[in-house]
Write a protein that binds this ligand. Structure first.
Ligand SMILES: Nc1ncnc2c1ncn2[C@@H]1O[C@H](COP(=O)(O)OP(=O)(O)OP(=O)(O)O)[C@@H](O)[C@H]1O
Ligand SMILES: [Mg+2]
Length: 257
């Protein structure tokens, strides 16, 4: 089967200093893939460069064998929360409606069907009573859910999400995970940057471990292992071997059913 994303020999530099080296990876369609790695590993950079939002020094990325220019309308990108200007004077409903722009054409008036999709998405993320609230007046977790609702109304085939679980409480994390699972059931491909290794091992199909270069890529139960984690995180943290053990127990339990 043709992969949803094929990354070949991708190298990205900022001011001539490489922050990602020779990344090769094929991400399968219809599955949930995590990108894991320490702060500054180049996770956000990888997403932005394959989307063509920042230039790369060498290599390429193809989506279903096509360039980003050919498939942009079927891809949804959710940036890292800190990278967005939340003081922009716009309300929740308007932000979510921005997800419809591509489908309805810029500057066109939303139709009843667009409004219905927006209400449905806000309901899905539990924000229906916040629709007229300014986005600057939301908590961090609520802002994250606005992002998710905007992605939902886009009706894309591929979702690239930069830390969708950052700074949310357990209930919200569970809610977001359920939304991702139902998107997967609907045939969508999801790639999310995530720092919670236990959650990745429980809910994600594949993981890409990154630290300036690719450390490993594969099924989560094959790659979330102690030596690979040590290599990814520089072997500095003694807690990692505990996490490794915890994951091993978790995986044994899951297999037992
Ligand atoms: N616009 C920029 N100009 C110069 N250097 C940058 C720029 N953006 C990121 N970097 C550097 O590139 C490296 C990778 O950054 P990136 O944001 O991709 O990391 P990350 O893995 O997403 O980290 P985090 O977990 O903290 O979000 C870091 O060393 C960062 O300082
Ligand atoms: Mg990042």
């Amino acid at each position: 089967m043709i992969p949803a994303i094929e990354i070949h020999d991708l190298t990205v530099s900022y001011q001539r200093k490489p922050v990602l080296w020779g990344i090769d990876c094929e991400i399968p369609e219809g599955e949930i893939t995590a990108i894991i790695g320490p702060n500054g590993a180049g996770k956000s950079t990888l997403m932005k460069s394959i989307l063509g939002l920042i230039p790369h020094a060498s290599g390429h990325a193809l989506f279903w064998g096509k360039t980003i220019a050919e498939v942009r309308s079927s891809i949804s990108y959710m940036p890292q929360r800190e990278s967005v200007d939340w003081d922009f004077p716009i309300n929740v409903e308007q932000v979510v409606m921005m997800g419809r722009n591509q489908s309805m054409g810029l500057f066109k008036k939303p139709r009843a069907a667009d409004h219905a999709l927006v209400s449905q998405a806000l309901r899905q993320v539990g924000l229906e009573s916040f629709s007229k609230r300014q986005i600057s007046e939301l908590s961090g977790g609520q802002q994250q859910r606005v992002f998710l609702a905007r992605a939902l109304v886009q009706d894309a085939d591929l979702y690239l999400m930069d830390e969708p679980f950052a700074g949310v409480d357990i209930a919200t994390e569970e809610m977001i995970m359920q939304v991702l699972q139902s998107m997967k059931k609907a045939g969508k491909t999801i790639i999310a940057i995530h720092h919670d290794l236990l959650s990745v091992s429980q809910h994600f199909d594949n993981a890409l471990l990154l630290n300036l270069r690719k450390i490993a890529f594969g099924k989560t139960h094959d790659v979330l292992k102690d030596p690979i984690l040590q290599e990814t995180y520089g072997g500095k943290l003694s807690i990692l071997s505990e996490v490794g053990q915890l994951l091993a127990v978790e995986q044994r339990n899951t297999r037992k059913g």
